[in-house]
Design a protein around this ligand. Sequence first.
Ligand SMILES: [Zn+2]
Length: 169
Amino acid sequence: MAFLDGWRFCPRCGAAGDPRDGRFACAECGHVVWANSVPGVEAVIERDGCILLARRANEPAKGLWDLPGGFAHEGEDPLVALAREVREETGLELDDVSLLGIWIEPDYEGRSVFSVTYRASARPGDARPADDVAELRWVDPAELPPDEDFAFEHTPPALVLWRARQQHA
Ligand SMILES: [Zn+2]
């Protein structure tokens, strides 16, 4: 499954065309659409030795565990996007944000996600689930849910890297 699969018409002028080599180039108006991954931001949020997991309220992967975060808007700074998404989903503000790594999530409703994953600490305040989060839980890193209880396949390896960094800090 890829973003441009099944595209037959230019979204700007409506002329017929075919995607090729990961792009749709319109022969009529010159409009080009690239099949890029979608930029997402998220964070392993730490407090008192635990990390914050969010149970998804909506499809895809409703009911499974995720890291707080979401999609960046067009032109939005990734750190601004992270602060906005975490505030919307948890009510928390972040401190000491640093990059953990970048992973590709291969299939989020037919799109691949370019997931920029940070680590951060939470400022004081209660975490309250909102937006597309059904439940928030502070989890001891030694007692994480099994991999199959995570919504996305990049999350367990991201948490493995996070734990390795903790042990070498
Ligand atoms: Zn066109």
